[in-house]
Design a protein around this ligand. Structure first.
Ligand code: NAP
Length: 283
């Protein structure tokens, strides 16, 4: 039976570190602040934003939430981002994705000042990561790396397979694993024989968005399986991209959904924001 990677408990630990750093900064005269922008009424995004704001406040950070209607124009979102770029109380800006159709996502992400880019999705920050620099990274893949580290799962010299190549998860996860000297294969919807690739992997990261897509026969016995997917089933319950019940019998380590990558993503968002604040203010 696989070792369960408890993302919830680990996120609690990270948030404890964040709270200590936030208290220290506040003592020095600056309470670190995160601005979260939500455009539209996507129910899942509303829940994510609520959780992010709550986590921020629980860690003793300042949080500012901006909710804009789905009809907001790209220019209006950018105007808000630019205002927050100039606001000294704000150390990090997060625009909740996905944005409603009609809003130019790339233009919005590009408008965030790179030094306040909590999710590290500005092309300058992604470029730093791609160049192999030791820098901050997008929150979800950062959470993946932190889980591997905390559970002493070796990456160096290991075969890693990432299913998914989004700029939010798959691509940066592959870069981070490469940075830790893993040998990385990135798979996607055009991969010719996915199971052949996944079965070779010592570390398998699933970031697809398809419920229970990764079955037990696609997993190498003893592999670490990190399930990034969050899918809502018709009965309202959540499940990952991995068929957890069958996979936990084969894997060496596995993350649950919920309680794995989700809470870690929020914890790493706060961690990134604190680190950006320290850097920006020279603390
Ligand atoms: P995305 O942008 O839709 O990317 C999905 C990726 O999966 C794409 O690269 C796609 O390939 C690939 N894919 C789709 N069908 C496939 C197939 N049949 N075989 C192999 N690859 C396939 O999604 P995302 O933003 O990366 O998110 C992925 C999942 O993670 C979603 O469930 C999302 O909700 C979840 N997520 C969770 C967190 C968290 O905090 N835990 C954060 C972000 C996202 P192509 O590139 O060829 O289309």
């Amino acid at each position: 039976m696989a070792i369960l990677i408890d993302g919830k408990a680990l996120a609690q630990k990270v948030r404890g570190e964040v709270a200590a750093a936030a208290a220290e900064m506040t003592e020095k005269g600056h309470k670190p602040g995160l601005a979260v922008i939500l455009v539209g009424e996507d129910p899942a995004s509303q829940v994510y934003v609520r959780n992010k704001v709550r986590a921020c406040e629980n860690c003793g950070m300042y949080s500012a939430k901006f909710t804009l209607p789905a009809e907001t124009s790209t220019e209006e979102v950018i105007a808000l981002v630019e205002k927050l770029n100039r606001d000294d109380a704000i150390d990090g800006i997060l625009v909740q994705l996905p944005l409603p159709k009609g809003i130019d996502r790339k233009a919005v992400l590009r408008a965030i000042a790179p030094e306040k880019d909590s999710d590290m999705l500005h092309p300058e920050n992604l470029g730093e990561l791609a160049s192999g620099a030791d820098c901050l990274a997008p929150c979800t893949p950062s959470g993946v790396m932190r889980m591997l580290e905390e559970y002493d799962i070796p990456v160096e010299g290991k075969r890693c397979c990432v299913i998914g190549r989004s700029e939010l998860v798959g691509r940066p996860a592959a870069l981070l694993l490469t940075g830790k000297n893993g040998t990385v294969t990135v798979c996607h919807s055009r991969t010719a024989d996915l199971a052949e690739e996944t079965r070779r992997a010592d570390i398998l990261v699933a970031a697809i968005g398809k419920p229970k897509f990764v079955t037990a026969d696609m997993i190498k016995p003893g592999a670490a399986v990190i399930d990034v997917g969050i899918n809502r089933l018709p009965d309202g319950s959540l499940c990952g991209d991995v068929d957890f019940e069958a996979a936990e019998k084969v894997a060496g380590w596995i993350t649950p959904v919920p309680g794995g990558c989700g809470p870690m993503t929020i914890a790493m968002l706060l961690d990134n924001t604190i680190k950006l604040a320290k850097k920006r203010l020279g603390l």
